[in-house]
Design a protein. Sequence first.
Length: 198
Amino acid sequence: MNINPAKTLLLIVDVQNDFCPGGALAVNEGDSVVAPLNALSSALSQKGGRAAATQDWHPAEHSSFSQWPPHCVKGTKGADFHPGLDLNNVSIIIRKGFRQELDSYSAFFENDSCTATGLEGCIKQTNIETVIIGGLATDYCVLYSAMDCRRLGFNTIVVSDAIRGVGQPEGSVEKAIETMKSNGIQFYTSQEILDVLG
Ligand code: VGL
Ligand code: ZN
């Protein structure tokens, strides 16, 4: 693993109440991503790196609610970050999926693949080379974010113990991991990354 901490961004994807146990679109063990992400965020900020977090942020009758149970309605408790998530070192927050007719799985582009969220410009201006990604859900927002990130030319690392998936349709988590790996996205545990950060 070859990373310069000062040119590295931790991207925390959708660690929100609705994707955690008890939430409207709960991901199995979704809250277990919080501890490794907090550890990485703190270690990275001490080495001059940065952290960003995304929030799924839908209007009350969003078009995606035909496919998914209503979730992450803007301004509701379900759309809040998990209360255990340490936001102290998060300097960039990106809200996505707020247009009525357009969903956004990726932290970079909405699902029309061309409407930018602004994250790319934001991190290019801060000379980021490596993006470390964790959060929810492996087979949707993490997958789309990591694939866009790699395509945009960033060294892209997914934290294997800081992701959890929806698992629908069956096999989607395994397929997502395969797709990411075959596209040059690297997988490391949070401990492996912490060891490199020193
Ligand atoms: C997500 C389904 C619908 C995600 C968001 O964060 O992975 N999945 N909206
Ligand atoms: Zn959503």
